[in-house]
Design a protein around this ligand. Structure first.
Ligand SMILES: NC(=O)c1ccc[n+]([C@@H]2O[C@H](COP(=O)([O-])OP(=O)(O)OC[C@H]3O[C@@H](n4cnc5c(N)ncnc54)[C@H](O)[C@@H]3O)[C@@H](O)[C@H]2O)c1
Length: 340
């Protein structure tokens, strides 16, 4: 078992990774498509639910972009062996892309998850939206299904309280792009059962991913630290202390981070960053999570980062879907501050 242990035991959870189990993904946005890709590459049947027709129609194309990018980068960097693939499942990155795509269906209503044994919720980072989704999932899905959320900041206990199965609710904070990351921050709520945690880690292992387990708190470990850093970096731009490129280079070339905070924020999506700061402010009351004006202004203008082609940087080759296209060519930008 990785990381921090907490919580109590609980009822047995049906094996979510056995043959012919169906995994649901809620939301066909940046994270939902990436998570669906990882699941389907591991051999699972996946149903993705999104009420937006646009998101559903773009989903398969973005999935293909992701498959192409993942195969390219995995081949270049490390090969594709998973930590512990599901029995009879192809290893991530293997098997024809068409076979992977054929394992995924795209539907508009949560009722499409009535046969799911495990659901990964990747809807918007807004508490009222997640509340409505979890309540409906609870009514629709089998009683023993596990609900995992990809939330960036909302405490698992809060999401669990929207259901009659708090022992089967857990946080799985995948990072973007999900198909290129080896690990997931796993959040165990105060009532999450050991069997739910075990089932979650087993499902992640089929995708070749390790889970790093932490206790429940607003923003968990990752975003409790990252979001104020992004906010402070944006405030420094606002004050004219530096341009975005220099801020990021200080983190990348002086500290040795793979990606500076502003480039990271553009990759996450500035709208999602703003929503996460609002959740952190609301759940902690700590004023350091008050979003700076520049961040609010950029989102108001629709400059949400890679996915919109413009954020702290301008992306000149973001292709069919910003995150995927830009990922391959993330040298082609000019930065905020240097262009204004
Ligand atoms: N973007 C990141 O880097 C990142 C990383 C980790 C976690 N997260 C978290 O993952 C979640 C999704 O983020 P994202 O960046 O993919 O957002 P996104 O805006 O790209 O996608 C959200 C999707 O949810 C859909 N949606 C809206 N209402 C819905 C509903 N009622 N039911 C089902 N789908 C609905 C939208 O149509 C959209 O396609 C958020 O909680 C976010 O905080 C994001």
């Amino acid at each position: 078992m990785n990381g921090t242990e907490s919580g109590t035991g609980g009822g047995a959870v049906a094996d979510p990774v056995g043959a012919d189990r169906l995994v649901g993904v809620v939301g066909a946005g940046t994270m939902g498509v990436g998570v669906a890709q990882c699941l389907a590459e591991a051999g699972h049947r996946v149903v993705v639910v999104d009420p937006s027709e646009e998101a559903r129609s773009k989903g398969p194309r973005r999935l293909n972009d992701g498959l192409r990018t993942a195969r390219l980068l995995r081949t270049r960097t490390k090969g594709a062996a998973p930590a512990s693939p599901a029995a009879s499942a192809p290893a991530p990155g293997k098997g024809p892309a068409a076979d992977v795509a054929a394992r995924i269906s795209w539907v508009p209503h949560l009722s499409g998850l009535d046969g799911a044994s495990f659901v990964i919720e990747c809807g918007p980072e807004r508490i009222p939206v997640k509340e409505a989704v979890f309540k409906e999932l609870d009514a629709v899905c089998p009683a023993d299904a596990v609900f995992a959320s990809c939330t960036s900041a909302i405490p698992v206990a809060q999401l669990a309280a929207y259901t009659q199965r708090p022992d089967r609710v857990i946080g799985t904070h995948f990072m973007n792009p999900a198909y290129l990351k080896d690990a997931v921050e796993v959040i165990r709520g105060p009532r999450t059962a050991s069997s739910t945690l075990d089932a979650t880690l087993a499902l992640l292992a089929t995708m070749g991913k390790r889970g790093h387990v932490v206790r429940d708190a607003p923003g968990f470990v990752s975003n409790r630290i990252l979001m104020p850093v992004v906010n402070d970096a944006a405030a420094l731009l606002q004050a004219g202390t530096s341009d975005a490129g220099t801020v990021d280079k200080i983190f990348e070339e002086c500290f040795g981070h793979a990606m500076g905070p502003l480039r990271t924020a553009d990759l996450i999506g500035l709208d999602t960053v703003l929503d996460s700061l609002h959740v952190l402010l609301e759940t902690t009351g700590d004023p350091r999570f008050e979003p700076c004006d520049l961040l609010v202004d950029l989102v108001r203008r629709g400059e949400c980062g890679r996915k919109s082609g413009q954020g702290f940087y301008s992306y000149t080759s973001h292709g069919a879907h910003g995150a995927h296209g830009a990922y391959e060519s993330h040298g082609s930008y000019e930065s905020y501050g240097s262009r204004r």
